[in-house]
Design a binder for this molecule. Structure first.
Ligand code: SAM
Length: 286
């Protein structure tokens, strides 16, 4: 289906795209970095697109934001400082704010306009940005990370796809800088694309992560608005495996997970049991 009442996202690798029936085009602007659009849709509520690519929707935003935050929080033995690179919609910050042990959350987003537009149309995502522990730093994450040394317990790379100013965020040079910026037990989380639609890209991302981190795992979670819905994420760590849950945090999470929409500890433990298809594409032994 297409037509004046439909928006079709920019195609993924020129091969695939998804469409949404539109109720209203709420916002359109060209920031110094990218085209920013917000639509109201029947299927997913409000939908943010950057340079024509789907980023966040009311309907499914909780999946991405909960998995990249609560998984590492439940594995790390201590979380004092967290860094999010990208993530201008604020959803990942909102989830980290739920952990009282965290003292500082740095959000390094290259495009301030994404933050401002999200405050207007996705206030349920940006609600954590006013927390006293949060610092919003409008900078290029690729340059920022080079200055940090053994500082962060968790780093989340919540970026756009590997093109233009985000392409550096998928290289082994960048992963080495992330490794250096992490404490001795640090964990990196990142989104690693759709393996059905980007076989070469996903292999490359996991090869790059393995060149740097001793422990690299993958999992998937459905992202309704991303091309093909089947979305993968990476867990790279210096010391702990993703299924090594911190026993001291189980009582806290038993309470918190009652109020989460996707994450719970049973899902967490099973998420790293992968299909043969997924294992093969990321080069994990069966
Ligand atoms: N969770 C959604 C996803 O991954 O599709 C949305 C992520 S968030 C909106 C992606 C953000 O990464 C964008 O706002 C973009 O401006 C930001 N970004 C891209 N490259 C960046 C860079 N080099 N440094 C900091 N932020 C960057």
């Amino acid at each position: 289906m297409s037509g004046p009442n439909w928006i079709t996202e920019k195609s993924y690798h020129n091969t695939f795209s998804m469409g949404f029936k539109v109720k209203a085009h709420l916002h359109s602007e060209k920031s110094p970095y990218q085209q920013i659009d917000v639509f109201d849709t029947d299927a997913v509520g409000k939908l943010l697109l950057l340079d024509g690519k789907t980023m966040v929707s009311d309907k499914d935003e909780f999946v991405y934001h909960e998995v990249v935050s609560h998984i590492p929080c439940m594995v790390a033995r201590s979380v004092k400082k967290v860094l999010i690179i990208g993530g201008g919609d604020g959803g990942v910050v909102r989830e980290f704010v739920k952990h009282p042990e965290i003292e500082r959350i740095d959000l390094v987003e290259i495009d301030e306009r994404v933050i401002e537009v999200s405050k207007i149309y996705f206030p349920h995502c940006t609600s954590g940005l006013s927390d006293k522990r949060v610092r919003v730093l409008p900078q290029d994450g690729f340059a920022f990370i080079k200055k940090a040394k053994k500082e962060y317990d968790i780093i989340v790379v919540d970026s756009t796809d590997p093109v233009d100013f985000a392409s550096g965020l998928f290289t082994d040079e960048f992963y080495q800088d992330v490794f250096n910026a992490l404490t001795d037990e640090g964990i990196m989380m990142n989104q690693t694309e759709n393996p059905f639609l980007d076989e070469w890209g996903i292999k490359n991302i996991y090869n790059n992560m393995r060149r740097v981190f001793p422990i690299v795992y993958s999992f998937n979670a459905p992202m309704l608005i991303y091309p093909g819905v089947f979305w993968t994420f990476g867990f790279s760590s210096k010391k702990y495996r993703p299924t090594d849950l911190n026993p001291n945090k189980i009582p806290f999470m038993t309470l918190l997970q009652r109020n989460l929409s996707w994450y719970n500890m049973d899902w967490h433990k099973s998420a790293f049991s992968l299909s043969n298809f997924h294992k093969k594409l990321i080069g994990q032994e069966s």
